[in-house]
Design a protein around this ligand. Sequence first.
Ligand SMILES: *Cc1c(COP(=O)(O)O)cnc(C)c1O
Length: 400
Amino acid sequence: MNANDFTYVCSECGHTFPIAPGIMVCEHCAAYQQADRPLRGVLDVAFTGEVRGSWDPLHLLLVEREFFPGIPVGHTPLWDVGAIVGRTRQSALTEHPHLFIKDDTLNPTASLKDRASFLVAAFARKHGIQDVVVASTGNAASSMAGVGAAAGLRVTLFVPKSAPRAKLVQSLQYGARVIPVDGNYDRAYELSLEYSRRFGYLSRNTAYNPLTIEGKKTVALEIYQQLGCAPDYVFVPVGDGVILSGVYKGFCDLVRLGLISRVPTVYAVQAQGSDAIAQAFRRGGFLPIHAHTVADSISVDVPRNGYHAVKQLLTYAGRCVTVSDEAILHAQHLLASSIGLFAEPSAAASLAGFLASQSDIPAEATVVLLVTGSGLKDIDSAARLVSLPDRAISRIEEID
Ligand SMILES: *Cc1c(COP(=O)(O)O)cnc(C)c1O
């Protein structure tokens, strides 16, 4: 890579900005920011470089290789579902023979968020910044804490009081400073920004820091490398819409490099109780909602990257599908019991979205489901669809 190959471009007005630590959103569009609405002026990274011969995803990122921490983020396996289920077993998973799962539960902190934290950590190191601050209800926090620990950074987390316990404990194990906020995620978001601005720390807030989108594009680059081509369909669980934009960004880079001819059809999968992006896609315009779903990582009232995500869905003929909590929990159990992949509910949503859309997808199509976080992150939800044994035995005659 060459640092001159990268600039920021506003996803709304097209203004360009240099890549620098203090630059986060487009100052022109941010002037129109309203409360309770998605972020205005989210920045994309424009990449004008070339690749020759063999390349890896790091070549397409704006920080030099030497600044990335040694923790092994990414390069996660692509599961060939047909090969695992086999031809003889009848299952909802065998109707499409070219069905793959990108298993991002196998990142170091057990979620796809590590891809963003990895680039943010490298950027901080390149610029001599020692402190990173993030507001999050869960995976972004534990991810920044873990990747930050490996990178030798100090990580401060602003978390709403109600944040899930497992993700908090995980963050504390990594040594992060956790600041509980008396209020919701929005309040934690505001306070974290005020704090990072006051002390000159780097904010990793999702969508606000453009590197959160850019870092997540590596998942699309890896899918292309693992398949040897672009898939026809990709199913992405969507909350704030940052993973969705990262997936689009990766495929757009591949189109620009001439490696693929078109961007795949992306399905944005949302929970019925947290469907702000799906609503805006259908109707135009965002209305505040009160999200409620078992899938906590995709439960958001105001999707931070909403405008940008909807614009990309419209530009590339993407689709939205919403699924019930029941369908999500069913998909979680199907994944675990039929191929041995234990995903958190938000991550299993992509399978639920696929099952709901299966009849619209040609049988020969290549389909990739993104599975974004581990089931061990939220045991209480996973426990809802299984029955824990309530009686212990002392002799085998007692087994019924
Ligand atoms: C964050 C997250 C999502 C949703 O990503 P957005 O960028 O908020 O749309 C999905 N699944 C898991 C496990 C996550 O942690």
